[in-house]
Design a protein around this ligand. Structure first.
Ligand code: FES
Length: 302
């Protein structure tokens, strides 16, 4: 964790604010476009936010937070109670949505999903790679950073306000795409589904805030042998591996608890894992909040 001070809270739209977090112990950890951090809130909740500032700025991190009407306590707390001057612990940046080399980029963003795209568009433009953004929202005044983006990138940014124009035609965008162009999409589930229907899988990279609906076999009990502590933890059928490990005293971090943020990643030394996350666990790793053992036992590097 890195200790930060909340330097500024700036309203961006009626329901979005940006937070500027200043490192208190020297430069903050470096990051690349697409990265996110966990922010530990004073009300004991941890939430993930994409970094939307400038990676060259090692003094501050900038994130933007939409007030979710169905908030489970994170955005509600930030919008109603959080004030500048608070100390907040922030994780090291993680990046499940990296900007891969390509001859061109098309960015598709919906609402607050624009946040990871901001540093991506900046990096692509600075590198001289053709890049454009289609940014979708109900109206221009409800779209954070809309004015800033248009001012910085001109016609490379197309704002699609659905109240006036309806949804953009992804099929037409796909048909006009230059070969090799990578498409990055971040937005609500309906937008990701439309992008997946329009663009070939190899060309599209998507970041999810919510898990895809999936079906798995029934949850079964298993043992988690922790190689370093020498302890064996029993995981019951009705609890997650994350909860079982935490109850046994391993104090693993967690954020989304839905397999989309990566906070609870652990190393697996043995046994077969049923991966249930939406991130794509690297070889030898798993996300303990949702993934389970396929057999009777896992061996973990804990
Ligand atoms: S807590 Fe987010 S992936 Fe496990």
């Amino acid at each position: 964790m890195q200790r930060t001070l909340l330097d500024r809270i700036e309203p961006l739209t009626e329901d979005v604010v940006s937070l500027v977090l200043r490192g208190t112990d020297g430069p903050l950890a470096p990051w690349e476009p697409g990265a996110h951090v966990d922010v530990a809130l004073p009300n004991w909740l941890t939430r993930q936010y994409s970094l939307c500032g400038d990676p060259a700025d090692r003094e501050t991190y900038r994130v933007a937070v939409r007030h979710d009407p169905l908030s489970r306590g994170g955005s509600e707390y930030i919008h109603r109670f959080l004030r500048p001057g608070r100390t907040l612990d922030v994780s090291l940046p993680r990046n499940h949505f990296p900007l891969l080399p390509a001859p061109g980029y098309l960015f598709l963003a919906g609402g607050i999903g624009v946040t990871p795209v901001l540093p991506m568009l900046r990096a692509a433009t600075a590198a001289g790679v053709p890049a454009s953004l289609v940014y979708v929202g109900p109206s221009a005044d409800a779209m954070p950073f809309a004015g800033e983006l248009r001012a910085a990138y001109g016609d490379a940014v197309r704002l699609v306000t659905t109240r006036e124009h309806g949804r953009p035609d992804f099929g037409a965008l796909a048909a006009g795409l230059a070969p090799g162009t990578l498409v990055y999409c971040c937005g609500p589930a309906s937008m990701l589904a439309a992008a997946e229907a329009a663009f070939p899988a190899g060309q599209l990279r998507a970041e999810r805030f919510q898990p895809l609906p999936k079906a798995f076999g029934p949850d079964t009990a298993f043992e988690a042998a922790c190689a370093r502590s020498g302890r064996t933890v029993q995981v019951d059928a009705d609890e997650s591996l994350l909860d079982a490990l935490n109850h046994a005293g391993h104090a693993l971090p967690s954020g989304c608890r839905e397999g989309v943020c990566g906070s609870c990643e652990i190393t697996v030394l043995g046994g077969e894992v049923e991966h249930r996350d939406d991130i794509g666990a690297p070889e030898g790793r798993m996300y303990a909040c949702v993934s389970r053992a396929l057999g009777p036992r896992l061996v973990l590097d804990l």
